[in-house]
Design a protein. Structure first.
Length: 196
């Protein structure tokens, strides 16, 4: 269930965002419905491959194929599971959520990469409504399944419509070992001072 806390402390669930009142409390925090890829449950100490058109909970595989990594296979940034954006081909996962046109949002996520095979540097991008908002790369040199070396990445965007689609896409070709994404978080600001 999507939980969004607005500036007025109102809670909204089931993917709806309500903006109420004019209080200037702390910024709202929106964790996507399953921002840490916890369901469905992948095989323990294993993974499940999903191809184009498949759903991973509220996430859709928009292109290629990705692996949902189960508990114990490697270190997750948050919870038990994560997503390798390369399975048999580079893949893209996307989720659409409710936004307010003109409002600023900050996206944070944890980034690592599959250290099980080359290339050592895995690359990808974060997209908003199909537009590239952030290129990313991760060097797996010295990383292991037990110590993935997650880093936190962040970017902001201004919503243009009442729904927005966030996607993560691999640009690592010719490999079944891609960038890894986990712990996706969205923060919506009551003013520009909330973001950054």
């Amino acid at each position: 269930m999507l939980l969004i806390r607005t500036c007025t402390t109102a809670l909204v669930t089931a993917g709806l965002l309500a903006l109420a009142g004019t209080a200037t409390a702390a910024p709202a925090v929106s964790r996507f419905d399953d921002g840490s890829f916890e369901y469905p449950t992948a095989p323990a100490n294993g993974f499940q491959t999903y191809g184009t058109g498949s759903s991973i909970g509220p996430w859709k595989v928009a292109s290629g194929a990705v692996d949902l990594i189960g508990a114990g296979f490697w270190q997750a940034a948050e919870g038990d599971q994560s997503v390798d954006l390369n399975a048999t081909t580079p893949g893209t996962v996307a989720q659409t959520f409710t936004t307010v046109p003109g409002r600023t949002y900050t996206v944070t996520y944890s980034l690592a990469a599959n250290p099980g095979g080359g290339p050592s540097v895995k690359t990808g991008r974060a997209l908003i409504d199909g537009q590239n908002f952030q290129d990313f790369s991760f060097d797996t040199t010295g990383k292991t399944f037990a110590d993935m070396g997650y880093v936190t990445r962040q970017f902001t965007f201004v919503a243009r419509d009442d729904t927005t689609t966030l996607a993560f896409a691999s640009t690592t070709a010719n490999s079944a070992h891609g960038p890894v994404v986990d712990d996706v978080l969205v923060r919506t600001c009551c003013s520009d001072s909330c973001c950054g």
